[in-house]
Design a protein around this ligand. Structure first.
Ligand SMILES: *Cc1c(COP(=O)(O)O)cnc(C)c1O
Length: 477
């Protein structure tokens, strides 16, 4: 299995290097050169498998022999053993034609755990095989940081340095990061904003000497392996609801287009998916695109669903690559125009192709609160604000007849309600409880270092604490 960059000039890589590289050298994103596909009988045989075995069947074809199947099965079983639900990503029925897929039973209570728990183990496996080491550096405004830290903690071959803006994350989000006391985990609170944190990380990646010496790496959502790991639960849900003999539809609350692109991947593998519905919050660049064919940025507005407060959907480039019929020259040109002017558009033909599969709806904060309240009233279930955006979009898609009546709809439950207690309590009057294993989170000791918004100081701290030096750096690709 080979991976090519959407921009066309980065080296073609195998799975291992694609995993370890993340963003392609030409600024593009890696995608498989061709999608592995299942026959109908192979899809049928996936029914009722344990999650880790389903994960092996779906992911092994993407790894092209980079890892022995039994070794991978061991990693996958280990990655998903730590989830609170035996089914890992259970489906809960909300109505005769509506299901919720709960993706929040992992260690940090959001869907990012599903991919990152596996990725941490894959990184460690490939790095120890090559006797290499890396240093993971990232910036977070909340959710991504805790999932990345949980994925990397106690791994022999990597150290993780996570920057967050001092005093600007919620208490739960901060504590999910700072109460991890593993030796290879460093939480750095920057005296500045989230943008300052991101600028520091970008500057460190831009410093070739620093980057090389520490073998800097990122585990953000542009990493191909995260998409691959997310394809699994779409396949699982479709098979549980009747694939290959019955098609399903999914509604995905999204900002970066990462999670919903994995659904697109499941479809490319031969899973019958009739429709994909995008749920946007007020930062609705994706919804506007699917209505108009124009991708145009607007200022970011804070909402009740902060993990989707994004104006540039980095993973969208992977879909555009196919809309451009994999013409990387034309795509690179479009992305350049987008970068310089903040806007670009696709042709009516391309929009029609996209519209045949995707529909998109937006929920503002009032509609989000109404969806949380309505789900509590009808189902006695508390949902987080991101999930609520999805529930609103699914209902709008049904009302619009964007999804045929016979097709079951699955909405993705992206975070546990206890991760966003203020919004949930305000909408329902009920305070969502943390799961038992996290009940003492407010009392656990924290460890973090506060540093000024100064590149030299942050780099000096990382150089002093990263373990790199006693192993061979990984060669550049
Ligand atoms: C990260 C995140 C999202 C957005 O995911 P995309 O990569 O934009 O698809 C939505 N909800 C929650 C809870 C998240 O943590």
């Amino acid at each position: 299995m080979r991976y090519i960059s959407t921009r066309g000039t980065a080296p073609v890589l195998g799975f291992e290097e694609t995993l370890l590289t993340g963003l392609a050298r030409d600024g593009g994103l890696y995608v498989p050169e061709s999608w592995p596909t299942f026959t109908s009988d192979e899809v049928r045989a996936l029914a009722r498998l344990p999650y880790s075995e389903l994960a092996a069947r779906v992911m092994l074809p993407f790894m092209g022999g980079a890892i022995a199947p039994d070794e991978f099965r061991r990693l996958a079983a280990d990655a998903y053993a730590g989830f609170d639900h035996a089914a890992v990503t259970p489906l809960v029925q909300l109505d005769h034609d509506l299901w919720l897929m709960e993706l929040f039973h992992g260690p940090t209570l959001a869907f990012k755990d599903v991919a990152l728990q596996l990725l941490g183990r894959l990184f460690d496996y490939f790095l120890s095989r090559g006797d290499h080491r890396i240093t993971v550096v990232g910036a977070t405004s909340g959710d991504t940081g805790s999932a990345a830290i949980e994925a990397c903690r106690d791994r022999d071959r990597l150290d993780i340095f996570m920057l967050h803006p001092l005093g600007r994350t919620s208490a739960i989000q901060r504590r999910q990061m700072t109460t991890v006391l593993a030796d290879n985990v460093y939480n750095i609170a920057i005296e500045g904003s989230f943008d300052d944190c991101q600028d520091l990380v970008k500057a460190m990646f831009g410093d070739a000497g620093f980057r090389g010496r520490l073998q800097l790496s990122a585990v953000n959502s542009i990493n191909w392996a995260r998409i691959m790991a997310q394809i699994v639960y779409y396949v699982g849900a479709a098979v549980a609801l009747g694939a290959p003999d019955r098609a399903v539809a999914f509604t995905v609350p999204t900002g970066n287009f990462g999670n919903i692109y994995a659904a697109y991947g499941a479809r490319a593998m031969g899973i019958p998916i009739e429709r994909l519905v995008v749920g946007s919050n007020s930062n609705d660049i994706l919804t506007r695109f699917f209505r108009s064919g124009v991708m145009a940025t607007a200022p970011v507005t804070p909402t009740l669903s902060p993990s989707m407060d994004i104006q540039v959907s980095s993973n969208f480039e992977r879909l555009l690559f196919d809309l451009y019929q994999r013409d990387s020259v034309a795509l690179a040109d479009g992305m350049r125009r987008f970068r310089s002017s903040g806007s670009f558009s696709v042709t009516p033909n391309q929009l029609e192709t996209a519209g045949a599969l995707f529909a998109a709806y937006r929920a503002d904060d009032d509609q989000t609160r109404a969806a949380i309240a309505g789900t509590w009233r009808r189902n006695g279930m508390l949902v987080d604000p991101h999930t609520a955006v999805g529930l609103h979009a699914a209902e709008a898609a049904r009302a619009d007849r964007a999804v045929p009546i016979a097709v079951p709809m699955v909405v993705l439950g992206c975070a546990h309600p206890a991760k966003f207690p203020e919004a949930v309590t305000a909408a329902t009057g009920v305070h969502p409880a943390l799961p038992e294993r996290l009940a003492d989170l407010p009392e656990r000791p924290e460890r973090l270092v506060v540093l000024p918004n100064d590149l030299g100081t942050v780099q000096a701290f990382i150089l002093r604490h990263a373990r790199l030096g006693d192993a061979q750096p990984r060669g550049n690709v």
